[in-house]
Design a protein around this ligand. Structure first.
Ligand code: IVH
Length: 695
């Protein structure tokens, strides 16, 4: 069979076109899911656009072959599970693309033709930056924010009302608005907020987000809105859905009204011809690096609303608007070398050392190569010239090889740090150092994790100090941190105050900071061990289940897999990793030596007499006496589970002021609904005491 993907659209036979449309449908569907549902795009926007364009081209040549499920008929991806669904009152459309100035001229000409205007008739166009985030729709009824949703597939989105309420740019209520008002716009993360979030992810040993868009998506689509609240998201309004009475006859006029209602609206410009439009595009593209957030193009919209109405929409995008994309920020450079980094669990991560190059205003000198398969697939070699792209902000990617290097890269089969054999298990993408506890690189990484912020969090003991202590042989295992003071200056050891960079005060401060951490919560202790797959969440589940260090020890030393699997939320991979860790004699002695130095606090016992034990609750609407986050903590302390969406499994809905779709859903399912006062009574909190500052 011939490979139809390499044949130009204009050359395809009908049979080939059919095969090609099927392939494109599958591929576009796959990438839609990766981008919209999993927030993990696998190809560049440009490559994605290319696939869509090819699909459209082939459909234009063979209209009869257009499939009912053609990607050109659909926007985005179907809604993900976990959120309630909301049908949009008016579809949320996407935009067609213009890739160059000629496309802009065509866009204007098409509008004039459609409206039967003379070729030189002025058509006022609103031009504004296209923000690289996620679109959302906000519904206000009588000035109160009642419901908000993602775009989803354009017809049905996800109910993210609770999450949207945590965004400062989104007013909870507005004055002098039409009775029904749906505002549409973009949720995104600024560069500053993105950098801060990734800094936190790093200290917490969680994966960094690849770019602000993914970070915004990951932050917004959280079933736990408290997480959304902890992320700094922004919102800019640029369009609308159902509105009972429009405040203006022009697009710019409505934008001005939105501003008056309290929404943030981007600076925009009115252009009167294609030359002005492309000049605005060029100026913004040159200055995009100075914007506080990522923009990936310019959106042009016909200003007159009566014209917008007449123009209407083709299948997935309006005829009255178009997105003029910017070229991706890319550059070519040389791969000077490929290094292998050793992580705390022995994972070997290849990193390209690049000849420093400026990409969109930022100097790039490293790029992660992820794993062996990534290198093989792209055939990245030392000495190759590669095309790099700054995906969003920080983590640069190698897009493709422009000129191959002399010889294929051979992934090492031994750990570059300790020389032990490396292994790549079947079904795994990563190679791991088999040196285990004898590998120094792993040991240092583990210690670094041990003292990191969400683990022991010892002030003054960061990566640099840990490395120095390790190299000097004074800290080899976690327990050694807690004997530092007792051992200081003994057995011919030089006292810390005499070390370079240290003095009497700094040494004493460090010892004091270490003392303070002898009291440690059980979940932090479990997390600090750095066991594979046991992050903060799983550590908490384990600590909650076992409550004390003693019971936890009994369980892990008993080597009873089933018992661990019975914990809600603990899966087989995690349970096995935990047991494997404690089955190792060395690890066992590391643990014993460590806990001897500590006073491990028991986990607060869930109150089993509470009527809420095991119940699933949903909070909706605005709570007035407490924050949503506090209510959730209280509910969980009483043994309840808090969920973000109402279903058959919901035991009770607590409806605050202006509750919307979830309340409706609860009522239709016959789920018990109580108001805030009843909730406070139920948990035994006098309403007057909640939410006030302690005196
Ligand atoms: S207008 C019916 N304006 O780009 C027209 N969209 O590729 C509605 N976007 O779905 C969209 N900035 O998520 C418009 N200033 C802007 C935008 C913008 C970003 C997004 C939006 C839309 C997508 C289309």
């Amino acid at each position: 069979m011939t490979d139809t993907s390499t044949i130009a659209a204009s050359e395809l036979s009908e049979d080939q076109a059919k095969a090609e449309l099927a392939r494109l449908g599958f591929e576009i569907g796959f990438h839609n899911k990766a981008y919209f549902q999993n927030d993990k795009p696998e190809i560049s926007d440009a490559d994605y656009d290319q696939l869509r364009r090819r699909n459209t081209e082939i459909e234009a040549r063979f209209p009869a072959l257009k499939r009912a499920d053609s990607p050109s008929e659909r926007v985005g991806a179907p809604v993900a599970d976990g959120f309630a669904k909301i049908r949009h009152s008016r579809p949320m459309l996407s935009l067609g693309n213009a890739f160059d100035d000629a496309d802009v001229v065509d866009f204007l000409a098409g509008i004039r033709r459609f409206l039967r205007l003379p070729d030189d008739a002025p058509v006022a166009i609103v031009a504004e930056p296209k923000i690289d985030g996620l679109s959302a729709t906000l519904r206000y009824e009588n000035g109160v924010f009642v419901e908000g949703a993602t775009r989803g597939d354009g017809e049905v989105g996800e109910d993210i009302t609770t999450n949207l309420r945590t965004i400062a740019d989104i007013p909870q209520s507005i004055e002098n608005s039409p009775d029904i008002l749906e505002i549409r716009g973009e949720v995104f993360m600024s560069h500053a907020a993105f950098a801060e979030l990734n800094r936190q992810q790093l200290t917490a040993e969680r994966a960094e987000y690849a770019n602000p868009r993914n970070a915004a998506a990951g932050s917004l689509r959280q079933l736990d809105a408290a997480i959304t609240a902890s992320r700094q998201l922004s919102f800019r309004a640029y369009a609308w859905g159902e509105v009972s009475a429009l405040p203006s006859t022009t697009h710019a006029g409505v934008l001005a009204a939105m501003k008056g209602w309290g929404f943030q609206v981007q600076a925009h410009e009115i252009c009167l011809d294609a030359a002005q439009m492309t000049a605005y595009h060029a100026a913004m593209e040159a200055g995009r690096g100075d914007m506080p957030y990522d923009i990936d193009g310019i959106v042009y919209k016909v200003d007159r609303l009566d014209w917008q109405d007449r123009l209407g929409a083709a299948s997935r995008s309006p005829r009255w608007a178009i997105a003029h994309k910017f070229a991706a920020e890319q550059a070519q450079t040389l791969v000077n070398g490929i290094d292998i980094q050793v992580g705390r669990t022995g994972k070997l991560t290849p990193v390209a050392r690049l000849q420093p190059v400026t990409v969109g205003g930022v100097v790039v000198s490293n790029a992660t190569l992820h794993n062996e398969d990534y290198i093989k697939e792209k055939d990245i070699r030392e000495g190759a010239t590669v095309l790099v792209q700054r995906a969003g902000d920080v983590i640069p990617q190698v897009l493709e090889v422009v000129m191959p290097g002399p010889k294929p890269f051979r992934f090492p089969t031994a750990c570059p740090a300790c020389g032990a054999n490396a292994v790549r298990e079947e079904g795994e993408v990563d190679w791991r150092c088999g040196g285990g506890l004898t590998c120094e690189a792993q040991a240092v990484e583990r210690l670094r994790h041990f003292v990191s912020r969400n683990a022991f969090d010892i002030e003054g003991l960061g990566e640099k100090q840990i490395r120095a202590f390790f190299e000097a042989g004074v800290v080899g295992a976690p327990a050694d941190v807690f004997t530092l003071r007792a051992q200081d200056g003994t057995e011919g050891r030089k006292p810390l105050r005499e070390w370079e960079g240290w003095g009497e005060t700094s040494a004493e401060n460090l010892f004091a900071a270490i003392e303070e951490r002898r009291d440690i919560a059980l979940d932090r202790l479990i997390f600090a061990l750095g066991i594979r797959h046991i992050g903060q969440g799983n550590a908490k589940l384990l600590a909650r289940r076992y409550e004390s260090k003693e019971k936890f020890e009994d369980a892990v030393f008993a080597d009873d897999l089933q018992e661990l699997l019975d914990i809600d939320g603990i899966g087989e991979k995690v349970a096995r990793a935990l047991l494997a860790f404690f089955a190792d004699d060395h690890n066992k002695s590391v643990w014993t030596a460590l806990v001897e130095e500590l006073r491990v606090q028991d986990m607060a016992r869930a109150d089993t007499t509470s009527p809420l034990v095991g119940k699933t609750l949903v909070f909706t609407g605005t709570l007035e006496k407490t924050s949503r986050a506090e209510a959730k903590v209280r509910a969980e302390a009483l043994g309840a589970k808090v969920s973000g969406s109402v279903s058959q499994k919901t035991d009770m809905v607590i409806a605050g002021a202006a509750a919307g779709s979830k309340l409706k859903k609860a009522e239709s399912l016959g789920v018990k609904v109580i108001d805030e006062a009843e909730w406070l009574a139920l948990i035994g909190a006098p309403a007057s005491n909640m939410g006030e500052e302690p005196s």
